[in-house]
Structure formats: structure tokens, C-alpha cells
Design a protein around this ligand. Structure first.
Ligand SMILES: Nc1ncnc2c1ncn2[C@@H]1O[C@H](COP(=O)(O)OP(=O)(O)OP(=O)(O)O)[C@@H](O)[C@H]1O
Length: 249
């Protein structure tokens, strides 16, 4: 189980995340919503280790991981989809996913590894590409992919890493309307497995409504509501004060 306790970060005098205590159970999808600047991405950064907490704790399966850097947390099973600019933009789509498969398999980059092992890794990478409908783009250099395809590649890489906790920060942002269902279907499929913890930051309330078991609302860095989707989306205080018109989408 992933937990944050009184998690806080201050930039100068401003608390972007302010005393957030929350636990996320395996087998559940929790959406984190709130207006622009509420602290959602910063909360993600504190959980994944991109930012150091000013105060409070992050715990994973009872262990305090607050002092751990992002790579250490990733090795413990925290998985976050990263923008491709942080990965290997000059490699092809397939090569990027194959590297992730290789990292997960622990086989490293051994030049003398057997050809059959190499083939296995490539086959697995191709399966992940097929899952996100990117088979046709396997040989395209990642940096030259259209934006929507880059987002799908990020998801394929995350799938290849097989984390226990999946963190998606606006996974459909910038996608054309016909691309969105592919990514939503993948998230739904991960959820269906029943053993993964999924955290989703998403502005599209129809997406949030359809996928979430639970919604947490942040406002000015604080957790202001936490409950099942119907309760939260229909609550007046959340609709009017925190989600505005977006709640009607
Ligand atoms: N590195 C930083 N330095 C200073 N202030 C920061 C930094 N990162 C975030 N902030 C501030 O923290 C607050 C929360 O930002 P954050 O990006 O987490 O909000 P958000 O809820 O993800 O917003 P959006 O929905 O627009 O993505 C904002 O006021 C932002 O300006």
C-alpha cells in the first residue's frame, strides 16, 4: 500500500502541497482532481521522488521511502509515465520499449546475450506496442512521433516496466479524440487485473467518472474531499468551488 502522511512541500513561503494524508490500496484506481495550480502534479512529484518533501512522509508497504530518490522508488515498484524527452528520443519506438523490457528482465545490455533472448525481448516489446496501437510506428524515431503517439509510447514503456503502482498524469492530454479510447482501454485493463494501484491526474471529468473507484480533490495544496465518484462529482462544494464547469463535462 502507498501512503502519504502530512506530505508537504514549500516553494519559498508557498505550500504547493500542504499536509496531505492519503492511502492508496492495491486494486483501486484513484483520480486526483482539482483546479489548475491545486498541487496535483507536485503531489505526484513528491510520491515518485522528483521533488523532496519539506515535511511529512511517503510510505510504501509500510517502509518509509521519503528519503529515497526517484530511481530507487522506481525499483521498488513505483511507475510513472514520463515525457519522452526524459527517455531516448533518438531511438525508435520499438527500441525504447525493448530497453524498458530489458531493464525489467534484469538482462541489462549484454552484447553477448543469446539471439533467442534478444528475440524474446523484442517480441515482448512488440506486444506492448500492439497494446497501445503503435505497431505501425515501431521503426519510427521516437522524437519524430506525433504528440499523441508519444504519449502512447510513454504508456507502452510503463507497461513494459510492470510497476505495482501506475501513476498517470493527464495521459490523454494533447491526443486527438479518436486516440483517447486506446489509452483509456489500457488503463481499464490494468485496473481489471485487480492487483495494481493506479493514480490518475486528469481534467476530463467524463474520463474520471468512468474509470475511478475513488476521487481525491486537492485545492490550494490541501486535500479537501475524498470519496466515491458519485459522491464527489455531485457534491455542491466540489462542483462549484473546485471543479467549476468541468464537472458537467
Ligand atoms: N518547482 C516549482 N517552483 C515553484 N513553484 C512551483 C514549482 N512547482 C510547482 N509550483 C507551484 O505549485 C503550485 C501547484 O502546481 P502544480 O503544477 O502541482 O498544480 P496542478 O494541480 O498540477 O495544476 P495543473 O492542473 O495546471 O497541472 C502552483 O502554484 C505552481 O506554480
Amino acid at each position: 500500500m502507498l501512503e502519504t502522511q502530512d506530505l508537504t512541500i514549500r516553494f519559498g513561503g508557498h505550500a504547493a502541497v500542504n499536509g496531505v494524508t492519503c492511502a492508496f490500496q492495491p486494486g483501486t484506481l484513484t483520480s486526483i482532481v482539482g483546479p489548475n495550480g491545486a498541487g496535483k502534479t507536485t503531489y505526484f512529484n513528491l510520491i515518485s521522488g522528483q521533488l523532496p518533501a519539506t515535511a511529512g512522509k511517503v510510505r510504501l508497504n509500510g517502509h518509509d521511502i521519503t528519503g529515497y530518490g526517484a530511481p530507487h522508488r522506481a525499483r521498488l515498484g513505483l511507475g510513472r509515465a514520463f515525457q519522452l524527452t526524459n527517455l531516448f528520443p533518438n531511438l525508435t519506438t520499438l527500441e525504447n520499449v525493448r530497453l524498458a523490457v530489458q531493464v525489467k528482465s534484469g538482462k541489462g545490455l549484454d552484447l553477448f546475450s543469446r539471439a533467442s533472448t534478444h528475440r524474446e525481448l523484442t517480441d515482448r516489446a512488440r506486444e506492448h506496442l500492439a497494446a497501445v496501437s503503435l505497431t505501425d510506428r515501431a521503426d519510427t524515431v521516437a522524437a519524430t512521433l506525433p504528440h499523441g503517439d508519444q504519449r502512447k509510447l510513454e504508456v507502452a514503456i510503463l507497461l513494459a516496466l510492470e510497476p505495482d503502482i501506475f501513476m498517470f498524469d493527464e495521459p490523454t492530454a494533447g491526443m486527438s479524440i479518436d486516440e483517447v479510447p486506446t489509452v483509456l482501454a489500457i488503463i481499464a485493463a490494468i485496473k481489471k487485473r485487480g492487483d495494481k494501484t493506479i493514480l490518475l491526474v486528469e481534467h476530463k471529468m467524463d474520463v474520471v467518472r468512468s474509470l475511478s473507484d475513488r476521487i481525491v480533490v486537492l485545492h490550494q495544496g490541501k486535500l479537501v474531499a475524498d470519496g466515491n465518484p458519485n459522491e464527489i462529482i455531485n457534491s455542491d462544494i466540489v462542483r462549484e468551488a473546485y471543479l467549476g464547469g468541468a464537472a458537467h463535462a
